[in-house]
Design a protein around this ligand. Structure first.
Ligand code: IMP
Length: 188
């Protein structure tokens, strides 16, 4: 017996809490750019035995899709940046959690969902730098170039996007929306 053919309904607009979002980058487009980035990494880091450090939670989908197309020998580990209130005026500080590997002398690829102001990435680079890696590369699914506040060498970028708030493909609004395979932009 033939299975029933289900026509998938495509959700162009979604509601998360008080905000509406409309689809802006479709899954197919994302996958195309993720594969391009994987191929660049395969070409550049062949023979370097890199460790990919995936920054949770936002980069879980990007990491999974990217790693399926990495063909060079490598390791993968997952880290989390825990925010805590620093003393008085220093505001929020992010601490790196879960990095148990010895990264001394190793080639590191940070796998991040989005670089916005770049402050999170800058802090992560500082912390990892104290552990004497050979080199650190950044692979970010998304970059908002207009919002960058610090100078960063982001070697691998799947997509540059305008300065709008987005959800989907791992990215959240107040904890929700990470599960969608497409990327959605907030409607004003
Ligand atoms: P940055 O420190 O300003 O670069 O912020 C980086 C972090 O902010 C990312 O890892 C995301 O968790 C979050 N973020 C920035 N822009 C967005 C967005 O448009 N949607 C969802 N999360 C975002």
């Amino acid at each position: 017996m033939q299975p029933t053919f289900y026509k998938l309904s495509v959700m162009d607009t979604i509601q998360i809490k008080d905000k509406q979002f409309t689809v802006s980058i479709k899954e197919q487009e994302i996958q195309k750019e993720v594969i391009r980035v994987a191929n660049e990494i395969n070409r550049d880091l062949a023979g370097q035995n890199p460790i990919f450090l995936s920054v949770l939670n936002g980069s879980f989908m990007f990491t999974a899709d990217l790693m399926k197309h990495i063909t060079i020998p490598c390791e993968i580990s997952f880290i989390k940046l825990a925010s805590y209130q620093g003393v008085a005026s220093t505001g929020t500080i992010k601490e790196v959690m879960g990095l148990n590997e010895d990264i001394t002398g190793r080639t590191i690829v940070i796998v991040e969902d989005i670089v916005d102001t770049g402050l999170t990435m800058q802090r992560l680079l500082e912390t990892l730098g104290t552990r004497s890696p050979k080199e650190i590369h950044i692979a970010s699914l998304l970059v908002k170039p207009e919002k960058l506040k610090v100078e960063l060498d982001i070697k691998y970028v799947a997509m540059n996007i305008p300065n709008d708030f987005i959800v989907g493909y791992g990215l959240d609004y107040d904890g929700y929306g990470r599960n969608y395979p497409d990327i959605y932009t907030v409607i004003d």
